[in-house]
Design a protein around this ligand. Structure first.
Ligand SMILES: Nc1ncnc2c1ncn2[C@@H]1O[C@H](COP(=O)(O)OP(=O)(O)OP(=O)(O)O)[C@@H](O)[C@H]1O
Ligand SMILES: [Mg+2]
Length: 512
């Protein structure tokens, strides 16, 4: 979202008499920049408070221009107003102030255990709802007591958009050149790739990776872009809920699936400017259900690759947290990240185990709520985030998810047919530097009837191991020995597969 829209939304909240506005974020630097712009346009003074420095006139605004070491010479450091380091004292002070202003209180909720502080906060809120002053509360996790909750509104600060990163890059380039004599060698298109590479991070992280990339060798060049993408993958993984597969590192080779591939080619026009001009919505997402080991997960990777989009995988296990409220927050964060990297592919593997599960009241309704927020988001999302969900067990998917209109299409994957198996055998031989023309393909196809893609891959790997051990080249005979010693799922779980097939065949579209 462009910063201008964020500024306008926040101004609207202030103008419409919201006395307490909560922004859940750890990006204080960014909040400061945002509030400065918000108040500048409205000619409103900005104050900030923390337990460490008490209440001050916010530095860097028109009336208090000091920022930090980079500030112009002659500017003065702000001093604490009155005796306002204590939470209670600052609220009492605010009740006596007649000025109409924006007051930013950092990490204030920690002080709301005290009923007297809560009472004073209510008084301030009442006062402000009349004079259009507002309190901004920030922190990582802002939980308000009931008494004040109804006076508060939560403002959803999206991750920084392209325009903010473009500004950050420009600003960092200036500082690096001036202060560190860094050699900057970036063409216009490198600059665009750099901004793209930074998206999904916070501004602080962006500054850190830029500084690291530059100071490491005294240069900032096109080569640094790939390293930054790599670093972003680490940052996202450390964040916990998502795994990021950069386009550069996504090498999925999917055999078969020709129906799905055609569908994708057609759906791709939905992302173009022409489609937008015609008020067409971009594609929302698909669900792929079907037999284990037949390439559902691989398909998710192949889609991102075909569409040249970054791929983000939602780690269902890590979504759920033992603390109340954290799981939902994790989900919101994952969505935010995917949106900030749009156009992107969000891959929800085994959705029946995470967002689709209905554990009744066992978990206090958590899984149902998560499922609800997922569907709402799917319905309303405006960003170009394409969801690829996969599932093995259709019986565990709530019917609402399968209803027409939720996903653009629901695909069914069955065991590969002859043509697809030919493809898959070729792919896995070639991946391991074997020449498919040296094998008796007809024999291999006959023997692998009923095998899944994953089982075929295992056969190739195991046979190649044996060949290496026996110090001989891989041949058809070794492959067939491995095939014979494999009991495929289509045999060991025949009934299960038949049931799945019976449900799926008529209801869903085949990937072939
Ligand atoms: N159509 C295919 N083309 C190429 N390789 C395949 C194909 N299907 C499966 N494979 C191989 O099998 C491996 C496992 O497949 P994948 O994980 O995509 O299956 P899945 O349907 O997601 O299974 P699960 O239900 O167990 O998650 C892949 O990494 C790939 O090497
Ligand atoms: Mg899978």
């Amino acid at each position: 979202m462009p910063i201008s829209v964020t500024i306008r939304n926040l101004q609207t909240l202030i103008l419409s008499f919201h006395p307490i506005i909560v922004i859940e974020t750890v990006e204080e630097e960014r909040v400061q920049g945002l509030l400065k712009k918000v108040t500048q346009d409205m000619s409103m003074p900005l104050f900030e408070w923390s337990a460490a420095q008490g209440l001050i006139r916010s530095p860097g605004t028109m009336d208090a221009p000091w920022v930090n070491e980079y500030a112009p010479p002659g500017t003065i450091k702000p001093t604490t107003i009155g005796n306002t380091a204590e939470a209670l004292a600052v609220l009492q002070h605010l009740q006596d102030m007649t000025i109409k202003a924006l007051f930013w209180l950092k990490d204030f909720t920690k002080h709301l255990d005290d009923p007297v502080v809560v009472r004073h906060l209510r008084e301030v809120a009442q006062l402000f709802s009349q004079n259009r002053s507002a309190l901004i509360l920030t922190g990582n996790d802002v939980q308000l007591p009931k008494e004040v909750a109804h006076d508060a509104v939560y403002f959803d600060l999206k991750l920084p958009g392209r325009d903010e990163f473009a500004y950050t890059v420009k600003d960092m380039v200036r500082v690096l050149r001036q202060k560190h004599r860094t050699q900057i060698d970036l063409q216009q298109e490198d600059g665009e790739r750099l901004v793209q590479a930074l998206s999904g991070m916070t501004i602080k992280q962006a500054r850190q990776v830029l500084a690291y990339a530059a100071l490491d060798d005294g240069k900032l060049t096109a080569c640094d872009v790939d390293r930054i993408v790599h670093r972003k993958a680490q940052i996202i993984r450390e964040g916990g809920v998502l795994e990021y597969f950069p386009l550069q590192e996504n090498r999925a080779e999917l055999g078969g699936f020709s129906g799905l591939k055609q569908w994708l080619a057609r759906a791709e026009v939905g992302f173009t400017a022409e489609a937008k001009a015609l008020n067409l919505q971009p594609p929302k997402g698909i669900l792929i259900v079907g037999i284990q080991g037949c390439g559902k997960s691989l398909a998710a990777k192949a889609i991102a690759q075909q569409w040249k989009m970054p791929l983000l995988k939602l780690d269902a296990g890590r979504l759920y947290d033992k603390y109340v409220g954290e799981s939902e927050k994790n989900f919101r964060q994952a969505i935010k990240l995917a949106e900030s990297m749009a156009p992107s592919v969000l891959w929800i593997d085994e959705i029946e185990k995470s967002l689709g599960a209905d554990n009744g009241d066992q978990d206090g309704g958590l899984s149902r709520r998560m499922f609800g927020s997922f569907l709402t988001w799917m319905q309303e999302k405006s960003q170009q985030v394409f969801v690829v969900a996969t599932a093995n067990d259709i019986s565990r998917i709530p019917p609402e998810m399968l209803r027409k209109g939720r996903f653009d299409e629901i695909f069914y994957v069955d065991l590969p047919d002859v043509k697809e198996r030919t493809n898959i055998i070729n792919i896995h031989l070639l991946l391991r530097k074997q020449d498919p023309s040296q094998f008796d393909m007809a024999a291999l196809l006959k023997e692998t009837e009923g095998f899944s893609g994953a089982e075929i891959e295992q056969v190739v790997i195991a046979a190649l191991y044996r060949a290496l051990y026996l110090r001989q080249p891989l041949n058809t005979e070794l492959m067939i020995q491995e095939i014979d010693s494999t009991i495929p799922l289509s045999v060991s779980r025949r009934e299960h597969l038949q049931q799945l097939r019976a449900i799926a065949k008529d209801r869903f579209v085949s990937v072939r």
